[in-house]
Design a protein around this ligand. Structure first.
Ligand SMILES: NC(=O)c1ccc[n+]([C@@H]2O[C@H](COP(=O)([O-])OP(=O)(O)OC[C@H]3O[C@@H](n4cnc5c(N)ncnc54)[C@H](O)[C@@H]3O)[C@@H](O)[C@H]2O)c1
Length: 404
């Protein structure tokens, strides 16, 4: 019987030297029990030129080699081959062959009919479906029986994000959580990135935005035309509306910071008012809701998505309680986003991080550094963290961006 090969030739291209990617690749091979031999290495001679390395990788068994190739694929190493990507049919709706290729959030290409084609709808934890010579990422639940699924690593090429060069100003805090001292500088940089952006800025926010007094700051940013969409849950909307109608957030007077008599009823009263009006948009149209974040969004026709959760009171009529539908609505809204600003919500930030391609600039503001770490652990390594109070951050940011 023919012995399965235990070595393979892989290639990697890009700013692999100064981004430390090459040394990470070497480490992975050695830690995985393999060996490497550099067959060819052309180093970029300027800060613009990229480098290309070709390596022979060997491992004691075919299984170990496959494991290594899988790990190296996410670093941008692709098996040098003229072979097309392997396509197999989905076995039934929502089920694919077990050797399916699982996507990363990096730009990906597959080889079809003798050329490399770009995979669209890039996100992590999906599968690649080929239809009519085109390739796109889909969630497993969106696959239907008989569709062609990319399997294995042959003919699959991933382009990881490289350090500063491709990310420009965005490298200011790469992979580090900033201390309080750096907050003002960080806000300057974020404001500059927002001003310079060409595409949409999407905000992901939690109710802490309201409790910390950031309502007016966000309203200024919406009125200034900076916000292209808001992704949140039921609570931000409820407390924003509570604040607009009764001047409290979770029963606490938002100006004085003191609890008000019977204030604990106010968030339920807010939900009740919106239910009576037939939803947030109708409440604005009928002049019941006259201020606040939700009011400004409706006025400026900025789309918002309220994704439900197990914690929700109400929920408000616009809250989507079917989780697959809510995920799909988030995914639609982040299409074409150039930048995402995540404000004090672990749940919605990580959920959105899971859907974003790696090249979308992602800034996460939270008082807890572990939220940023969690984002990075899930694969959103490009997410940058600013550890501070979200009220203070929004106040400084609105001041930098808006004159009014
Ligand atoms: N009454 C309700 O309907 C209700 C109330 C609360 C939450 N919820 C829902 O529960 C889900 C989870 O809520 P969540 O996103 O608020 O919770 P979460 O735990 O996912 O995130 C809250 C985040 O805020 C951070 N934080 C706390 N204080 C901060 C500050 N001062 N500055 C910056 N960051 C700060 C925390 O570190 C945490 O990461 C959401 O869908 C929400 O809508 C519903």
């Amino acid at each position: 019987m023919k012995k399965a090969p235990t070595d393979a030739i892989v290639q990697i291209e890009g700013h692999i030297v100064d981004s430390d990617i090459l040394s990470e690749v070497f480490d992975l091979i050695i830690k995985g029990g393999g060996k490497f031999e550099i067959r060819d290495f052309v180093i970029g001679k300027t800060n613009i030129e990229t480098s290309v390395a070709q390596l022979r990788i060997s491992a004691p068994t075919k299984e170990k080699l496959n494991l290594l190739l899988n790990l190296l694929n996410a670093k941008g190493c692709f098996v040098v081959t003229e072979q097309a990507a392997t396509l197999k049919r989905a076995l039934k709706d929502q089920a694919v062959p077990d050797d399916f290729y699982s996507t990363t959030n990096f730009r990906t290409e597959i080889r079809l009919n003798g050329r490399w084609i770009r995979v669209t709808n890039q996100r992590m934890d999906g599968v690649i479906i080929v239809t009519g010579g085109k390739a796109a990422v889909r969630k497993l639940r969106e696959v239907t029986k008989g569709e062609l699924v990319v399997c294995g690593l042959n003919g699959v090429r991933v382009h990881p994000e490289f350090k500063s060069r491709e990310r420009g100003d965005f490298s200011f805090m790469s992979n580090e959580v900033s201390s309080e001292k750096k907050v003002s500088l960080a806000v300057d940089k974020v404001a500059e990135m927002i001003r310079k952006r060409q595409g949409k800025l999407v905000i992901v926010g939690g109710p802490v935005v309201i409790h910390t007094g950031a309502v007016e700051s966000l309203c200024r940013m919406i009125r200034g035309g900076y916000v292209g969409g808001l992704l949140t849950g039921n609570a931000l909307a409820v407390h924003d509306i509570e604040n607009a109608l009764f001047g409290t957030s979770l029963g606490v007077d938002t100006s004085a910071g003191t609890p008000v008599d019977q204030g604990h009823r106010n968030h339920m009263r807010a939900i009740n008012q919106i239910n009576l009006a037939g939803g947030i948009k109708n409440a604005v149209r009928r002049k019941i809701l006259r201020s606040g974040i939700m009011y400004e969004l409706v006025k400026a026709k900025v789309p918002f998505v309220l994704a439900g959760s197990l914690r929700d009171d109400g929920p408000l009529p616009e809250t989507i309680t079917d989780m697959n539908e809510a995920q799909a609505a988030y995914a639609r809204e982040i299409k074409g986003a150039e930048m995402v600003l995540m404000l004090s919500t672990m749940l919605h930030s990580i959920a959105t991080g899971n859907m974003l391609p790696a090249w979308v600039k992602t800034v996460c503001v939270d008082i807890n550094p572990s939220v940023v770490t969690k984002l990075a652990d899930r694969g959103s390594s490009q997410a940058l963290g600013i550890v501070t109070d979200v009220g203070l951050f929004c106040h400084l940011l609105a001041d930098r961006l808006c004159k009014q």
